[in-house]
Design a protein around this ligand. Structure first.
Ligand SMILES: Cc1ncc(COP(=O)(O)O)c(C=O)c1O
Length: 364
């Protein structure tokens, strides 16, 4: 049976690689000869243990993690990390530094403020509607950490070179670009990302935490909210999101095997983004929203000259099989999310459609 599949540019949850979806389908009723699906087996079974261990090993290999980093699978999304980070990782009486590049950074800041932490906003791009990545900031050398969002999913800006914490551990929300490019993890104390954009399905958050950060966790943090609980119990303190962890394993297998690792993935992602930026830069009707030197390879944002043409573009795109192109409600306009599983072919097809739409609309 063949299925009609669309060109999926959803911002998250987002496209999964077709071979992964097919593999899920194929082994769903009888997972590895168990006579059960992955969602029906115990999280304490050896079969699940193999599944989680495989996903963890692949994550470590792809990101080239040394032994002083732990990979944890947690629940509560990136949003729970906003509150757990200040709760677990601030030193009493010392500031927590934040760089504000948009809605998600703002939410992270709010959760630290709610807890009465000494939050310092060391840079912000709010003055121009978060359309750029700030380059000027001074991190307090006494700071517990410096937090930033590596890719602003909503406006479409991305740090191409990470901030310099000057020895203060970096903490980053990489929800919309973890596993899309290689990263040097050395300056990081913690990295976190929901899986549902670049490497899996909703329900699980990957947390990469450096060993020394775990020593900061205060005793009076509730058990489920301590990073040490997840680390000590190998992400199995309570019932984990088993299906979502299984899907991560499959996507990481695809990333390692079919794609050939994060360097290769980055090349493809750059190629995809430049196809759409090229259309925008040579257009009389599409106007990029993010400033040039801050543009994201993951979320390409643009506007049309007026609301009516914008609506027509989105409606016509939908009729032609392009889904998820409507911009975030706080920004408006359009957004093409080009995460790992979005194919070059889909992006080429979108670029051609955008050109045709422009020609037609200029002809009147
Ligand atoms: C950069 C960023 N941070 C955080 C979130 C929120 O993640 P979650 O829904 O997993 O809590 C999102 C969701 O789109 C995001 O793009």
């Amino acid at each position: 049976m063949t299925h009609k599949r669309v060109h999926n540019f959803n911002p998250g949850p987002a496209a999964l690689p077709l071979p992964v979806l097919k593999e899920i389908q194929e082994e769903f009723l009888d997972f590895h000869g168990s006579g059960m699906s992955i969602t029906e087996i115990s999280h304490r079974s050896s079969l699940f243990e193999e599944t989680i261990d495989d996903a963890l090993a692949r994550a470590r290999r792809l990101l080239k993690l040394s032994d002083d980093f732990h990979v944890l699978f947690m629940q509560g999304g990136a949003s729970l990390q906003f509150c757990m980070i200040p709760m677990n990782l601030t030193f009493p009486g010392r500031p927590a530094d934040y760089i504000n590049t948009g809605v998600w950074s703002t939410k992270a800041i709010k959760e630290a403020q709610i807890q009465g932490k000494d939050v310092r906003i060391v840079a912000t791009s709010e003055d121009r509607n978060f359309s750029y990545i700030p380059t000027e900031y001074t991190v307090d050398e006494q700071a517990s950490y410096v937090h930033f969002t590596s890719n602003n999913t909503i406006v479409g800006t991305q740090w191409q070179r990470f901030p310099d914490g000057g020895g203060v551990p970096l903490i980053s929300d990489m929800s919309s670009d973890l596993m899309s490019r290689p990263i040097d993890v050395k300056p990081f104390g913690l990295i976190y990302a929901g899986a549902q954009k670049n490497f899996g399905t909703a329900g699980v958050t990957m947390v990469i935490i450096r060993e020394d950060m775990l020593k900061r966790v205060p005793d009076n943090v509730p058990t489920m909210l301590k990073y040490t609980t997840t680390r000590d119990n190998k992400s199995l303190f309570n019932t984990p999101p088993t299906f979502a962890i299984y899907v991560i394993g499959l996507v990481l297998t695809w990333l390692e095997g079919t794609i050939g690792g994060l360097k290769e993935m980055e090349k493809i992602n750059r190629q995809k983004a430049s196809l759409i930026y090229e259309v925008i830069d040579n257009s009389e009707i599409y106007q990029g929203i993010a400033e040039h030197n801050s543009r994201s390879t993951m979320n390409v944002t643009f506007r049309l000259p007026n609301e009516k043409l914008g609506q027509r573009f989105l409606a016509e795109a939908m009729r032609n099989g392009f889904h998820g192109l409507k911009g975030h409600r706080s920004v408006g306009g359009c957004r093409a999310s080009l995460y790992n599983a979005v194919t070059l072919d889909s992006v080429r097809t979108l670029a051609a459609f955008m050109r045709e739409f422009e020609e037609k609309s200029l002809r009147g």
